[in-house]
Design a protein around this ligand. Structure first.
Ligand SMILES: [Zn+2]
Ligand SMILES: [Zn+2]
Length: 75
């Protein structure tokens, strides 16, 4: 099953079956991948950082780049 992995440092979102490699983060050093939710047909956008994800369940809210929580809104 594909999952949405989001790097809280460089804000890259990728769809992978397992956690991507951590090197070569654009924000320097290692990516900090967070498994937001499995990939599905529901689209959510974060009202804070603007990231959009396609998920099959409510995306998790922690680990926003600036700290604090994402504010997901279904669109
Ligand atoms: Zn990164
Ligand atoms: Zn966010």
């Amino acid at each position: 099953m594909l999952k949405n992995y989001f790097c809280s440092k460089c804000r890259t979102l990728v769809e992978r079956e397992s956690q991507p490699v951590s090197n070569n983060c654009l924000g320097k050093g290692m990516h900090q991948w967070v498994n937001i939710a499995p990939v599905g047909d529901k689209t959510y956008q974060c009202g804070k950082c603007g990231v959009m994800v396609n998920v099959n369940a409510s995306p998790i809210s922690n680990n926003r780049p600036e700290g604090g929580a994402h504010r997901w809104q279904r669109i």
